[in-house]
Design a protein. Structure first.
Length: 262
């Protein structure tokens, strides 16, 4: 009668030792899969795996002052690498628009007069320079904290017209505005090859850009005068709807409005 209890005790002891040995064989990083039935959110408070690769994190707040478009822009990336955003090869050199320091790239979250939803945005301290082989770059114009919208990331071309004295180039980085295109104007002397930025004189005032209609015709030359079709909106006086003529005053680095074309 005493053999039965001893046998059962031996079997229980053997099972206990076997379980202990199996536990000792588990790897150090083994994790229990048991989840408490009272935990409504078992992942809460746990560090989630990162979905970004190292070095791709983006600072989502612009370092530039707020502008007319800031509320519509979502920042996607930023880089300290100099980027060429506009380029045109001339007869004696190359005109370039280059970022200086940090450049922020983003996109429009909503449509506006300045572009369609999803259009790309670029902002940086830009410089417009004239580059000739074997010479230092000639700085023509600085555009600090300049923000503009483009439908893609292709380089913006400089448009060209020809006066007798000089080739004149227009750069309008912003491709839409709803109130006329605004172009920075540059002249390259056809004899000396020297480049300069031009002021635009109209009604006794000096402006940094030439404003013209988004609708064709594009500014063009007739009889060595620049013919500009002005932007026209609701309520524009009739006298301001006529084409404006400009003469090139290269010695004083300016385009001067001289008359309305009848």
């Amino acid at each position: 009668m005493r053999k039965v209890p001893l046998t059962m005790a031996s079997m229980l002891l053997f099972g206990f030792l076997l379980a202990c040995n199996q536990s000792d064989d588990l790897p150090d990083n083994a994790v229990s899969t048991e989840i408490s039935s009272t935990d409504d959110n078992p992942g809460e408070g746990m560090q989630q795996p990162s979905t970004s690769s190292p070095g791709t994190l983006v600072e989502r707040v612009s370092r530039f002052p707020e502008s007319f478009l800031s509320g519509s822009v979502v920042l996607d990336s930023a880089s300290d690498t100099r980027a060429v955003r506009a380029e045109t090869v001339t007869r004696q050199g190359t005109l370039l628009m280059i970022s200086q320091g940090r450049e922020e790239r983003g996109h429009l979250a909503v449509p506006s007069n300045y572009g369609r939803e999803g259009d790309l945005t670029f902002q940086a301290d830009y410089s417009i320079v004239y580059r000739q082989a074997g010479k230092e770059d000639t700085l023509l114009l600085d555009l600090p904290a300049f923000l503009f919208v483009r439908p893609d990331d292709g380089k913006v071309p400089f448009e060209q017209v020809r006066f007798q004295e000089a080739d004149v180039y227009f750069l309008a980085p912003q491709y839409k505005s709803g109130h006329g295109m605004e172009a920075y104007v540059f002249a390259i002397d056809r004899r000396s090859g020297e480049a300069t930025a031009l002021k635009v004189m109209q009604k006794g005032h000096a402006f940094g850009t030439l404003v013209y209609s988004e609708i064709k015709p594009f500014p063009h030359i007739e009889n060595d005068r620049l013919v500009v079709h002005p932007p026209i909106g609701a309520g524009t006086p009739e006298e301001d709807t006529r084409d404006v003529l400009y003469r090139l005053d290269l010695a004083n680095k300016r385009l001067v409005a001289i008359d309305n074309k009848n």
